[in-house]
Structure formats: C-alpha cells, structure tokens
Design a protein around this ligand. Structure first.
Ligand code: NAP
Length: 278
C-alpha cells in the first residue's frame, strides 16, 4: 500500500521513502544494497534520498544504477553541500550529481545544512537550476523554525518545497512548532534517521508494542513517525528483509493505548526546543 502526501505545488509523494547514507560505500555490500533499494521501489518506496557528500558521490552512483531504466517511477532527492551552495558553484555540483545519478533532473534538491553562503544567494542559485530544468524544485535540511520564517520573507524563499530534519520517537521537538508550521503551509517535513540510526530499536517499549501488533521495534518506530500528518520518513535499509519490513510498517495503525504508552516513554515536547541535528 502506498500512502501519499503532497508538496506545496500539489505533487503527490510517498510518505515512506528510502535513505541512502552509507549505501554504496563498500564494494562487498553493493549488490545487496542495490537489491534492497530496488525491492523498495517495487514496494512503492519510490522516494529516494541521497546527497553529494554520501560516500563522496558513491551513494549517488549506486542510486543511479538502481534507477536506470525506471527513472520515471522515482521521486529523486539529492542534497548540495553548503560549500557548493553559491551562485558560482551550485550549477557544477548539480551537474555532477546528475551525472552520477544518470539522469537529467532531480525532483527535489536540498541545501544539506546552512553554511557560509547567505540563504538569499542559495535560493537564487536554486531558482536558476529550476529555470534550467535541472531540478524541479528545491528545499532545505537542518533548518530551524526561526530561519524558516526568515527565509519565507526572502525573495523566492516561499518556493521552498520541504525541510529535512532529524525526527524519530526519541527526538520529538519539532512536534511543538516546526511541524505544525510546516503543515499549515502544506510543506512536508522529511524525517531523517527515523529509526534513530538503529540505536533506538532496543527500547523495551518498542518491543512491547511490537509484540501486540506482531511487528518489530523498527516498524513501531516508523508507525509512530508516520502517524504525524505531513511527515515523509526516509529510513535507510541495506537488506531486502529490512526494506520489506519497513514497507509493511505502512499497514500498522497504533491505537490510543499504544500512543499513550509511547508518549510516556518518549514524552512529546511541551515547549520550544532547539532543532536537534545529527
Ligand atoms: P535510520 O534510517 O534511522 O537507521 C538506519 C539503521 O536502521 C541501519 O542500521 C539499518 O540497518 C537499520 N534498519 C533499517 N530498517 C530496519 C528494520 N526494519 N529493522 C531493523 N533495523 C533496520 O538512519 P539514517 O541512515 O541516519 O537515516 C535515514 C536517511 O536519512 C539517511 O540514509 C539519509 O538518506 C538521511 N539523512 C539525512 C541527514 C541530513 O542531514 N539531511 C542526516 C542523516 C540522515 P541495515 O542498513 O542493516 O538495513
């Protein structure tokens, strides 16, 4: 089952995609990772998130091989590193990403985090790439609400299509303000590291709820993240088994008792929190 949300321009995208950090780094695990990503596409996890810095281009290269021949099925997201986020450098960085990915366009290009170039300049560079047809839209990552608000007042800033931030059951600060603010603008929040990089999965409460649903702790963590409207989760899985389990998490509906137990273990925010990052 594919569940969808929409971008500010109305484009429908799956709420569950696939992350690729550390995928493609090692020749000996490449085949298994390619099979995993490919299986994810078969199962409707067609939003694929990568970045030029992942493995210094190795992740984009592997993604390119996986999507070859099926580019039109995929909503392809990559990220420019802050040092390339200027009017002088972004076009070349994007060209190189497109080359590694074996495509002529990105569906979404994100600023990986705010660096030394003013956001105004980064936005102008993004808009140039849109004009050239190299990217269909742009967004940001690791940007807090205060900066998002500022960005909305910059020229072209209201064209931002998404913000990708750290979000999983163990870090819920965005539920207080960034998430409702984004939701009001129909701007999805992309939850990165939704499984807490795997470290969260030993939490006993996740196992207890998993037992009630005949599920796994990772599936419960994903179900909790995906309960929030306006979230797109991008777990990274390097095996077919993990990808299949993640796809099946879309079917899990947590009930009031589950949610209350999760809230006791991972209390929701009651005040503004600084944006958590990795
Ligand atoms: P994550 O998705 O939270 O966790 C990945 C870990 O969970 C891996 O060890 C993986 O193992 C394991 N896993 C996946 N599915 C599982 C399952 N069903 N059962 C048990 N374990 C499972 O961590 P992440 O890679 O940091 O985050 C996801 C993606 O977000 C990244 O890959 C990247 O695309 C993006 N990201 C973006 C930023 C940013 O600054 N914008 C920062 C971090 C991440 P296997 O690999 O063995 O399957």
């Amino acid at each position: 089952m594919t569940r969808l949300t929409s971008l500010p321009d109305g484009t429908a995208v799956p709420i569950l995609g696939q992350g690729t950090w550390e995928i493609g780094d090692h020749p000996e695990t490449r085949d298994a990772e390619m099979r995993a990503l490919s299986r994810g596409l078969d199962l409707g996890l067609t939003l694929v998130d990568t970045a030029e810095i992942y493995g210094n281009g190795l992740s984009e290269k592997l993604v390119g091989e996986v999507i070859a021949g099926r580019r039109d099925e995929v909503f392809l997201v990559s990220k420019v590193k802050p040092d390339n986020a200027s009017e002088m450098k972004m076009m070349l960085a994007c060209e190189k990403s497109l080359e590694r990915l074996g495509t002529d366009r990105l569906d979404l290009y994100l600023l990986h985090w705010e660096g030394r170039y003013p956001l105004e300049e980064t936005i102008a560079a993004f808009e140039e790439l849109v004009d050239e047809g190299m990217i269909l839209r742009w967004g940001v990552s690791n940007i807090d609400l205060k900066t998002m608000r500022k960005m909305m007042r910059m020229e072209g800033g209201d064209q931002c299509a998404a913000n990708q931030v750290l979000y999983h059951p163990g870090t819920r600060g965005i539920e207080f303000d960034l998430l409702p603010w984004s939701r009001a603008r129909d701007m999805p929040v992309m939850a990165y590291s939704p499984l807490g990089r795997g470290k969260l999965l030993n939490e006993p409460i996740l196992q207890q709820i998993a037992d009630r649903h005949d599920a796994t702790p990772a599936q419960i963590a994903l179900a909790m993240v995906l309960r929030q409207e306006g979230i797109i989760a991008i777990p990274k899985a390097s095996t077919v088994e993990h990808v299949e389990l993640n796809a099946a998490a879309l079917e899990i509906r947590l009930d009031d008792e589950d949610v209350a137990a999760l809230d006791r273990a991972f209390p929701p925010p009651t005040s503004e929190q600084p944006l958590d990052v990795i």
